[in-house]
Design a protein around this ligand. Sequence first.
Ligand code: PMT
Length: 396
Amino acid sequence: MSIRDKNIVLGITGGIAAYKACELTRLMVKSGANVNVIMTKGAAEFVTPLTLQTLSRNPVHTDLFSLTQEAEVGHISLADRADLFVIAPATANLIGKIANGIADDLLTTTIMATKVPVLLAPAMNCNMYENPIVQENMNKLKGYGYNFIDSETGELACGYEGKGRMAEPGDILERIEVILSPKDLKGERIVVTAGPTYEAIDPVRFIGNRSSGKMGYALAKMAVRRGAEVTLISGPSSLLPPRGTRFISVESAEEMRKAVSVKLKDATIVIMAAAVADYRPNKAVSEKMKKGAGSISLDLEKTEDIISEIGRKKGKRFIIGFAAETDNLWANAKKKLKEKNLDLIIANNVKVPGAGFAVDTNIVTIIDNKGTLEALPKMSKDEVAWKVLDRVASLK
Ligand code: PMT
């Protein structure tokens, strides 16, 4: 979303984690960024410039004094053109050099010349990582506004066990997205619900639905990127909670209702993307039901409509609902918007291929309380979430 068409300079220094920089380059290019790679001499001992050139689809820069490279794209021009500088892996040596103003190769010279945000992903042996000099250098750089994505703890290539492993490329990419995203939802406290609810029949059986949580989790992730404080309340889902969210796991509609009502007090925006059960067995049995000879019937009672309850005590909050329909999409969605006292409703026809439950894409229409419709084409759930938040940011 935010990384698309951005110029990113990726600095790679000499450490075994340099191989992960290949994957990071691939992910950034796949997300639509224009990536220019600068490698130190040490980095080129671990991965070849040709690999990075192929992955980045741009010439790789290695030499400060190369007449050809300087004539084509000089290091100052690389620094000027960038939207973001990423150094991954960043060795103790590189961190020490920047912290002490040393610019003696192409990478350090270009960093020194840039005015754009810099993100460093340290990678080193755990004893080096703990060394007070390295710690002091990192703190000094943080004080100057340099961004860090913390190293992970685990098995290190040198055989040691401890902190110093470079963050995973996917996590670095997410951090890049966060840095490059507008912070137009800063100050907002958003509650997002996601996933299905399970209504117990007995200890082993339940009534559920096909929601995977993908739509709600995408909304939570994008809201974090845009600076909001996000609480994600989710029914059962196999997805990992997006970084930076406060996560509350629930199972039934009643548990979701209680969690929402606790968080509502503080919330400025509520987004109900969860597929909440409308009915539950009116009495869950405590032991597994035994199979008998004949058929059985279940007595169902209505669950509380959570979003209607919020709508009734809305105050100044901005409330967004979803409408999962299989027919008369816009008419049904408009009816729900009005009856539930919402500001926006996101209508999806869950019978259309590529829309609704458990797929990575969605096809939605955003409807506001003046009846204005914005029908969006098929796009990823991340993109849908971004568009919905654009609308929220413009209306708040
Ligand atoms: O999770 P995914 O696999 O990515 O699928 C996404 C989705 C299809 C679940 C999502 O896009 C979606 O449509 N979510 C809403 C599903 C739903 O319950 O729609 P509804 O039309 O039945 O309900 C209307 C609104 O009332 C919804 O905001 C719902 O959260 C809310 N509701 C419903 C019942 C209830 N008891 N309490 C509620 O608050």
